[in-house]
Design a protein around this ligand. Structure first.
Ligand SMILES: Nc1ncnc2c1ncn2[C@@H]1O[C@H](COP(=O)(O)OP(=O)(O)O)[C@@H](O)[C@H]1O
Ligand SMILES: [Mg+2]
Length: 225
């Protein structure tokens, strides 16, 4: 589904972060990328999500090379194919849980019957992630663990081919972190969602099917414990 071929990325003050990094992602994969803070995990996810550009190398999604895309096509690729979850849930405080979840649909001009179907999808995902009761609440009225599950449902509402999760449990306590990890596994199993997850949590990484460690700009298979 996705092929990274010899991706190199440097920052002026930092030097080389990713060096000739290659990775093949198949549909339904569930991949963790571990590595210490500053090793380049976020940089890698940003490149896959076309939020940042590599200096060289190739990024091929379903046979199409992405790096030649202008900003319009990049945005379209992102909206159609990629869901993001970050360490902070980034919910909008003045919208309800349900409105936050449906927000990405506003970015795609959608007919009313399709919108109705999407609302049905949203309700199913909300049941699945145990937040159905929170529909009309505002972010300040729910817990951090609940807010992160709302962010996860929002990331999935456009049925992305690929979910990119950057330290998604980074601001959760242990119980909620465990719960979110299990939920990702369940969504991968039940819907076949492809997941690439950056984390320095070994226990979260272990839940994924394939583990990589980012070191010296490259991915090595396995977990460095
Ligand atoms: N926009 C940027 N400008 C300059 N340096 C950056 C930028 N983004 C990341 N870096 C540097 O690149 C390195 C890798 O960062 P990052 O990808 O955020 O690592 P990680 O997510 O593994 O903690 C760090 O040294 C960071 O300071
Ligand atoms: Mg990071």
């Amino acid at each position: 589904m996705l092929l990274l071929n010899k991706i190199t990325k440097s920052f002026l003050q930092r030097g080389t972060v990713l060096k000739d990094l290659s990775l093949e992602v198949r549909e339904g994969d569930m991949i963790s990328v571990s590595g210490p803070s500053g090793s380049g995990k976020t940089t890698l996810l940003n490149i896959i999500g076309l939020l940042d550009r590599p200096d060289s190398g190739d990024l091929i999604f379903k046979g199409v090379s992405l790096l030649g895309f202008d900003s319009n096509r990049s945005a379209t690729y992102r909206n159609r194919n990629i869901g993001f979850v970050f360490q902070d849930h980034l919910l909008l405080p003045y919208l309800t849980v349900k409105e936050n979840i449906l927000l990405p649909l506003l970015a795609s001009d959608m007919k009313e019957d399709e919108l109705g179907r999407k609302e049905g999808d949203a309700e199913e995902l909300m049941r699945k992630t145990n937040i159905a009761d929170l529909s009309g609440k505002y972010p300040f009225q729910i817990s951090g663990g609940e807010a992160q599950r709302v962010a996860l449902v929002r990331a999935l509402i456009n049925k992305p081919a690929l979910l990119l999760a950057d330290e998604p449990t980074g601001s959760l306590d242990r119980r909620n972190a465990e719960n979110l990890g299990d939920l990702l596994v369940q969504l991968n199993r039940d819907y076949g969602i492809t997941i690439i997850l950056a984390t320095h949590s070994i226990s979260l990484a272990r839940k994924m099917k394939v583990n990589y460690t980012l070191s010296e700009g490259k991915l090595a298979e396995g977990l460095l414990v």
